[in-house]
Ligand binder design. Structure first.
Ligand SMILES: [Zn+2]
Length: 73
């Protein structure tokens, strides 16, 4: 018998389920219901947004960080 895998819902961060054949991602908390392909794109989109935020944050402290690194050398 197939058992769905527990994954984290990309929308509400609650527990969602990925069907064993990787065809569907479903979340009971926010009624998420998308194909695995859409799910991967959704994650990739969110990750890139997250990376941008991190990139901005790193960029704003880069001068200080590299200065500290130079001191360590
Ligand atoms: Zn959800």
């Amino acid at each position: 018998m197939l058992v769905n895998m527990k994954i984290k819902c990309p929308k509400c961060r609650e527990n969602a389920e990925l069907t064993m054949d990787y065809s569907l991602v479903k979340c009971g908390s926010c009624d998420l219901d998308m194909s695995y392909g859409e799910y991967v794109k959704f994650i990739a989109h969110n990750e890139s947004k997250y990376s941008d935020i991190l990139g901005d944050y790193t960029g704003s402290t880069e001068g200080h960080t590299s200065g500290s690194l130079d001191e360590w050398d």
